[in-house]
Design a protein around this ligand. Structure first.
Ligand code: TXA
Ligand code: MG
Length: 313
């Protein structure tokens, strides 16, 4: 059931979380499907609701960096990044502390844990009211694009959630950046709301995840964020029957339906619009979706990454 987020409904949601139930809530990136991270049973229900493979670990959300330090071991780089970007769209993968109360299932049995402090008033209020870390993947079925509005969650997960807190469309629109600092290097496992350029300004140049076959971030399976109809990138023309996902002031002509990520060519606006427009154009009466080029810099890297995954296969 969708309810507008306010003091009462947030209190209700916190009670449900403490009882081990699932609550969908907004963050600044996308809506999350939340559960008490310390309860193996609640976390198992998240995997079941999403139909998510249990080898794919969840992000654990906390209200403050101090709360995060109880769950994972910070080094100097992690502290500097947390100081610069938390609350915000950066997820840090760090070694679990020995006393870490988070269920092993949430971390898919790994000795690392992904943690983040969300920058969204409802998310913050919920974390404080619940009083426990909240494990929350994006609130969609595995393989679908992430929800940026409450009704996306309702359509995807329906009865599996006890309550959906509605606080309007999300501000950033793509998921958080996942940065692995558990080893000696630093590896971007997923491009997202905090850009590589912004992080590099704080800790210097970052490495990419080594592509050695073994998925370090198991969530980055290639066929992810799929649309039902084929999607092709870098389109310079529109083929018969295609829908167009445009970018910039001069959309290509000839599409059966057009959505423009940003007429002004603004990457922040494009990220905000991306998932809702992918859903809008994913219509069985269109032959496919042609996507105009989006610059591969800043937030454009997260946008192109999601489009590439949707285009795959
Ligand atoms: O913006 C976001 O990050 C949203 C909101 C709700 O916070 N959450 C989200 O969660 O996108 P999810 O589960 O859809 O994506 C989490 C990603 C996955 O790619 C997962 O494999 C990776 O983080 N991940 C989680 N724990 C990890 C770990 N210990 N090591 C490596 N990757 C991890
Ligand atoms: Mg997801």
């Amino acid at each position: 059931m969708i309810k507008p987020a306010n003091r009462e409904t947030i209190e209700e949601a916190a009670g449900l979380i403490r009882e081990g139930r699932l609550v969908a809530f907004p963050t600044e990136t996308v809506y999350g499907l939340g559960a008490d991270a310390t309860s193996g049973r609640a976390v198992a229900a998240v995997f079941a609701a999403k139909d998510r493979p249990e080898f794919n670990p969840l992000i654990v959300h906390v209200a403050t960096a101090a709360d995060a330090e109880r769950l994972v071991r910070f080094d100097d780089r992690a502290r500097r990044l947390a100081a610069a970007f938390w609350p915000g769209a950066l997820t840090l993968v760090l070694p679990r502390t020995t006393a870490c109360p988070v269920s092993l299932l949430a971390g898919a049995g790994l000795d690392t844990l992904a943690v983040r402090v969300p920058d969204q008033p409802t998310a913050q209020a919920l974390l404080r009211a619940a009083g426990c870390p909240i494990a929350a993947p994006s609130a969609n079925r595995s393989g679908e694009v992430s929800p940026t509005a409450a009704h996306h969650v309702a359509r995807s997960l329906g009865d599996a959630v006890a309550l959906i807190l509605d606080d309007g469309p999300t501000r950033i629109g793509v998921e958080s950046t996942v940065l692995d600092l558990s080893g000696r290097g630093s590896a971007i496992l997923r491009h997202g709301g905090v850009t590589e350029e912004e992080m590099a300004a704080v800790i210097g140049p970052l490495g990419e995840a080594a592509d050695d076959g073994a998925p370090k971030s198991p969530g980055m399976l290639s066929r992810h964020y799929a649309t039902r109809i084929p999607l092709r990138m870098m389109a310079t023309d529109v083929r018969p029957g295609e829908a167009l996902l445009a970018f910039g002031p001069r959309p290509l002509g000839g599409a059966c339906i057009t959505a423009n990520l940003s007429e002004a060519g603004d990457l922040g606006e494009a990220a905000r619009n991306l998932f809702a427009m992918m859903r809008e154009l994913d219509r069985p009466d269109c032959a496919g979706i042609a996507v105009m080029p989006v610059p591969d810099e800043g937030l454009g890297r997260a946008i192109n990454d999601r489009l590439r995954r949707a285009a795959h296969g």
